[in-house]
Design a protein around this ligand. Structure first.
Ligand code: PEP
Ligand code: MG
Length: 580
């Protein structure tokens, strides 16, 4: 019988194949009371299982070459959980105090941790409960004598390209095995848009649908499935007509993808010969390979705050220097724009400690980004020194997030001068003329852009925050997500105003928010005068495709007319016409 399941499409593409049910890590463990004599033995059994799983993760990390940076980061998170006393020590106390078996002690502690994670306001942190469950599943399997790797071994005999993994949940560590197995797709009962699993699916370009609730209960091994990662739909046992339709769509998508790859070495310029720079946004040093694979002209935004997250300490100057050097060297002479840390708000250094404050103080309007940098001069000085030192290895530009006031720029430039002077004292080599740019992501900055232009070497428009602050919508709050509208006339006016003024003054300006990677907006931006785009590496060729077919002379008058509209319906209509 054919039926359809609806979930959250987290990674685009279509897969057609047979279901492979991933064996459930049984968390329904036996509840046993052990004798006092057995306690130490049970603790030793627990310790051995933790050690074995840690070893398994180390092996995975070593054996998986060319894994996306995120994958290794997730293994690190799982290893960190295994080393955390909450998981490595607390269950030992439970075994001792309640005299229960190791599996049961571990699951009790897991439940208490999951409850704590569920209290977080931040959806990213809330979703880390899945990591806790996945790590515990692994240890329980080990205790029961079924190490995790066994799960996928059986599938190795089948033709894997035709297999779609159906799971309750997939841990990042399991996803590592996917790299070796070449599965067509995966679908899960649980998981949100920012879960590790969906981030991984996107970075591996595998279609995936999550949050299907009970796919594992409804689908049987070997049943035929169609996964539509864009619409978030899974069709079980499709009828021949639907199957044919999807086969056709799949072929079309594949054809488009392979055609796009051919554009990698094409010069990025419009039909009327205007050169457009397409740069990449990255989060971690390892991401440069993706940027190069996408044909990026450079890094337009390195979000350095990710070096500071998911760890108990601060990266020191040496560690930061090595990270920045790796990116600069990795980009082989192409320009690298390093944004100073944008910590605070949803990228909180101490989420637990600030959990109660978050509601009270509205962190998006609080001590975030440059405000935090200026409030923590030592931390800022360390970062500025590390960036300056790395500038001897290749072209680096410095980008400052969330500026609103002239005095913030002046203070930043003074802090930079201080960092330079300390390096001069040590006779260190660095780029004395390093360019400094500012992010335009607060409406005040866009409106008073002149004061930025006079003080800075370049501008970069952060549309993600510009939308948030213009429309008063917390970008991480799913309850107001439908109001987050990149095409709101006010947003377009602010972007156009910034680009026009920068152009008039001859100051380079880019867009580095998500809007820059949306091919539907490429022609609009080109018509506004934008010449530098920075986006997720996977979007570069799609945007380049639009650039190559655009004629600026024709776009400019149409976009000018379009920007006079302030009726959303008419704006949409005009955009469709512009893209027709
Ligand atoms: C933005 O705000 O558009 C931006 C690029 O920065 P982030 O998404 O890191 O806030
Ligand atoms: Mg921003």
């Amino acid at each position: 019988m054919s039926f359809t399941l609806h979930g959250l499409g987290v990674s685009e593409g279509i897969a057609i194949g047979r279901a492979l049910l991933m064996s459930h890590a049984t968390l329904e463990v036996s509840h046993l009371t052990i004798t006092p004599r057995m306690v130490e033995k049970e603790i030793a059994r627990f310790d051995a299982a933790i050690l074995a799983v840690k070893g398994e993760l180390v092996l995975m990390k070593e054996n998986t070459e060319h894994a996306p940076a995120e994958l290794n980061a997730f293994i690190d998170i799982h290893t960190m959980f295994l080393e955390d006393p909450e998981l490595a020590v607390k269950p030992r106390d439970i075994i001792r105090e309640r005299r229960c078996n190791a599996e049961w002690a571990l699951v009790q502690q897991m439940e208490s941790l999951v409850e704590q994670f569920e209290q977080f306001d931040d959806p990213y942190l809330r979703e880390r409960k899945y990591d806790v469950v996945q790590v515990v599943e692994r240890v329980v399997k080990e205790l029961l004598g079924h190490p995790g790797r066994a799960t996928l071994k059986a599938a190795k005999n089948s033709k894997e390209e035709t297999l779609i993994v159906v799971a309750h949940d997939i841990s990042p560590a399991d996803a590592i095995s996917f790299k070796d197995h070449r599965f067509a797709s995966f679908i899960c009962d649980v998981g949100g848009a920012t879960s590790h699993t969906s981030i991984l699916a996107r970075s591996m370009a595998i279609p995936a649908v999550l949050g299907l609730s009970n796919a594992r209960g409804l689908i049987r091994d070997g049943e035929q499935l169609i996964v539509d990662g864009q619409r978030g739909v899974v069709i079980v046992n499709p009828d021949p007509r639907v199957l044919e339709e999807y086969k056709l769509r799949k072929e079309q998508i594949e054809l488009e993808r392979s055609k796009l790859k051919r554009l990698k070495s094409a010069k990025s310029e419009t039909l009327d010969g205007i050169e457009i720079q397409l740069q990449a946004n990255i989060e971690l040093p390892g991401d440069t390979s993706d940027a190069l694979a996408g044909g990026a002209d450079g890094i337009g935004l390195f979000r350095t705050e990710f070096l500071f997250l998911n760890r108990g300490d601060m990266p020191d100057e040496e560690e930061q220097y090595e990270a920045y050097k790796q990116v600069v060297k990795g980009m082989g002479g192409r320009p690298v724009t390093i944004r100073t840390f944008d910590l605070g708000a949803d990228k909180d250094l101490h989420p637990e400690a600030n959990a109660s404050d978050r509601v009270k103080t509205n962190p998006a309007l609080g001590l975030r980004a440059i405000r935090l940098s200026l409030a923590e001069p030592k931390m800022f000085h360390t970062q500025l020194r590390a960036i300056l030192r790395a500038s001897k290895h290749g072209p680096i530009k410095l980008l400052i997030p969330m500026l609103a006031h002239a005095h913030e720029i002046d203070q930043t430039l003074a802090a930079l001068e201080q960092a330079k002077s300390s390096l001069r004292g040590e006779r260190a080599v660095f780029d004395e003329n390093i360019q400094v740019g500012g992010m335009i992501e607060i409406p005040a900055a866009a409106l008073a852009v002149g004061l930025f232009i006079r003080r800075l070497d370049f501008l970069s428009i952060g549309t993600n925050d510009l939308i948030q602050y213009t429309l008063a919508i917390d970008r991480s709050d799913e309850q107001v997500a439908p109001l987050y509208d990149p095409l709101h006339p006010a947003v377009l006016m602010l972007i156009a105003h910034t680009i026009a003024n920068a152009e008039k003054s001859g100051v380079p300006v880019s867009v580095c928010g998500e809007m820059a990677g949306d091919p539907k907006l490429t022609r609009l931006f080109l018509g506004m005068g934008l010449r530098i785009f920075s986006m997720h590496p996977s979007q570069i060729l799609k945007v380049k495709n639009r650039v190559l077919k655009a004629e600026i002379n024709e776009l400019v008058p149409n976009v000018r007319k379009m920007l006079r509209l302030d009726e959303p319906g008419k704006l949409l209509e005009a955009l469709e016409k512009l893209n027709a």
